[in-house]
Ligand binder design. Structure first.
Ligand SMILES: Nc1ncnc2c1ncn2[C@@H]1O[C@H](COP(=O)(O)OP(=O)(O)OP(=O)(O)O)[C@@H](O)[C@H]1O
Ligand SMILES: [Mg+2]
Length: 235
């Protein structure tokens, strides 16, 4: 926020202005203490709409010993009003991805985050330790989306995306394939099975990375090839 904006806010309402100043200062303080190393893994839980991302993410968050910091990106974007435009054809807001990444960077650097979102390819590789792609059979997915009263065209669009593994392909293009896993999530019993798998994976990661892993670009790409489309402004 610029000084001019703060002055304008001050004129409008001194209480709001104080909050605005506080927010700028706390963002600055956060920037100054960006962690160089994380000791808990960051996980993206992704998949076609309706495949069960939020159900799995919330159940993991409820396991207090895992100390999960959960970001449901659709809700987070709404709460923080980080939209860049409105897509009339889809009847939905388009999230400002640069703003989203700017805000999440300091959180991801602390580790222990779960990102719940159907998009998975915008987060920097150096900050992500596991990408869980939930998969759901056509008939279960149809029932779930129908129960939400989605239009038939929207149901079909999502079922086609699931059949064509669109979300999995995005994940495999954006991250090392060794950190991308698929978990089937058709029936009730899958929920606990998947929770147990991810929990065990987190615990093993912590044991395997006692010295932590780097959040820093230079360190991360020391022994790796830099992506061709890497943009220094994004990192
Ligand atoms: N393994 C499962 N077996 C049966 N039903 C499930 C399972 N997992 C989730 N569900 C149900 O499917 C519906 C969709 O789940 P959920 O909201 O978690 O999906 P989502 O991937 O987060 O969807 P969106 O992308 O729209 O946010 C919910 O009604 C949920 O209770
Ligand atoms: Mg959800």
């Amino acid at each position: 926020m610029t000084d001019n904006k703060i002055k304008k806010d001050k004129k409008k309402d001194s209480k709001i202005s104080a909050e605005a100043v506080e927010k700028v200062l706390s963002n600055k303080a956060e920037e100054q203490e960006l962690k160089k190393t994380r000791f808990r893994p960051n996980i993206i839980i992704t998949g076609t709409p309706g495949c069960g991302k939020s159900t799995l993410s919330k159940t993991l968050k409820d396991i207090s010993e895992l100390k999960i910091n959960l970001f449901n990106i659709s809700e987070y974007a709404k709460e923080n009003k980080i939209f860049e435009s409105y897509d009339e054809s889809r009847d939905s807001h388009v999230i400002d991805e640069d703003e989203l990444l700017d805000r999440l960077e300091s959180q991801l650097r602390k580790g222990g985050c779960i990102i719940d979102w159907h998009c998975n390819d915008i987060f920097p590789e150096r900050l992500i330790d596991l990408v869980v792609v939930l998969r759901c059979g056509t008939s279960a997915l149809y029932d779930r989306l129908k129960a939400r009263n989605y239009k038939d065209s929207k149901i079909q669009e999502n079922i086609d995306a699931e059949i064509m593994s669109v979300v999995l392909e995005d994940a495999l293009e954006s991250y090392d394939k060794r950190i991308v896993i698929e978990l089937q999530n058709d029936k009730d019993t899958n929920i606990q099975e998947n929770v147990d798998k991810v929990k065990t994976w987190i615990e093993q990661w912590v044991l395997d990375n006692k010295s932590g892993v780097t959040n820093e670009v230079d360190e991360f790409y020391k022994d790796r090839e830099m992506p061709e489309d890497w943009d220094s402004d994004e990192e």
